[in-house]
Design a protein around this ligand. Sequence first.
Ligand code: PLP
Length: 352
Amino acid sequence: MLKPRESIAALDPYRSPIASREGLSLDLNENLAGCSPRVLARLRTLRTADIARYPQREIGERLVANFLGVNPEAVLLTNGVDETLCLLFSTYLREGCELLFSDPTFVMYPIFGQAFGAELVRVPAGENFAFPAAEILSRISPRTQVIVIANPNNPTGTVAAPVDLLRIVKAAPDAAVLIYEAYFDFYGETVLEELPRHPNLFVARTFSKAYGLAGLRLGALIGPPEQIGFIRRFCSPFNVNAVALACLEESLADQDFVRDYVAQVKQGREQIARLCLELGLEHWPSSANFVLVRVGKNAGELVAAMQRRGIMIRDSSSSPGCQGCVRITVPARQQMNGVLDATRQALREIRS
Ligand SMILES: Cc1ncc(COP(=O)(O)O)c(C=O)c1O
């Protein structure tokens, strides 16, 4: 009988919340301001040959390298940033070695880690989800093969100081350390400039958040050219589609769009924080485009009450330390008042 690898069979089925999405989606941290109109204009110019021919990823890699100010050999474009996990883990994780990460964090880390047969070493976050730098340092062992850190973190929106990240990079010279900067634009701190000094440091970025291209699937892995070269050896040459590549130049060029959306998010985070104070809800200062809010035992009821009002938010109760919490993506400027009112009403309904 045909059997999958044991590590795959042991995984729980993953269900994307995308199944029933009607209304305003504040549950997946997408860009609620859409994407740059310059990207839409570029899409309208696509010709038959742009679709019928295989994509040329290298052109896009030069654009991204130029934008980031790094060597093109250091950049690998990927099918969303999720693919960087698959590529990096399959390059460095060996059966029985360790994948180290703090918890709670992005759900895909343990899924991919387990699939590749690694032992998962979860380090609980500190009080108020503080980044557990000292505990991570103390858990580095000769078996640590990959360390992955989302900065800012999801679902908490909290951050790790670059100095702590670099301490970890230096303490684990035989491990690949991947700093997942999916929400970089809403935070502004990066370890990208440190790349030339650390042969085991990788940074991952995505175009799904600040650039609003989640549907096109475009991410980037940036790391030491020699190591990126190993990953290129088995990465499909056509992993990034031609439409996404065609839009890249306009997307990068429209920094006004990115700046405006980031400003909307920063203002919106404050408005959600003020609403939480008004309603007596615990929440955590966020450096991303979402806010984690503790509702209590009726968090699920709030999710349902919001859905009845046409707004989807994410129940984060299953993440460690997040019992009774919901995660709310910051809406766009013109949606904000409606979301604030709906939240007030929904909370009144479940509390009465
Ligand atoms: C930390 C983190 N990484 C990656 C992603 C997904 O990025 P992409 O669409 O580029 O695969 C998300 C999306 O929510 C995320 O929160």
